[in-house]
Design a protein around this ligand. Structure first.
Ligand SMILES: [Zn+2]
Length: 88
């Protein structure tokens, strides 16, 4: 059973309105974007856009990103696996 109100509109408790088109923000388009620091792409971000008018409602750092560069420290990448047998 879904909590549908008399208006037949679910999620009535959601009152967020798009500042541009004025429609309630029940859904957002989540897009992957890149944050620039000094003109260089350093951070993975995500943006939330209104599904009605595509106005950007907010931008946030992508919590899944694990890029952590401090003082230029880099973790050594593991050597790629190579086929043992090689003739030539
Ligand atoms: Zn909108």
């Amino acid at each position: 059973m879904h909590p549908i109100t008399a208006n037949g509109d679910p999620l009535m408790t959601n009152r967020g309105l798009c500042p541009k088109c004025g429609k309630r923000v029940l859904h957002v388009n989540v897009e992957n974007i890149v944050g620039l620091i000094d003109g260089e792409s350093k951070a993975r971000c995500i943006s939330y856009c209104c599904i009605h008018c595509n106005t950007v409602l907010g931008v946030a750092l992508d919590a899944r990103s694990k890029a952590r560069s401090k003082n230029g420290t880099r973790t050594p990448a593991p050597a790629p696996a190579r086929p043992a047998a090689r003739s030539g």
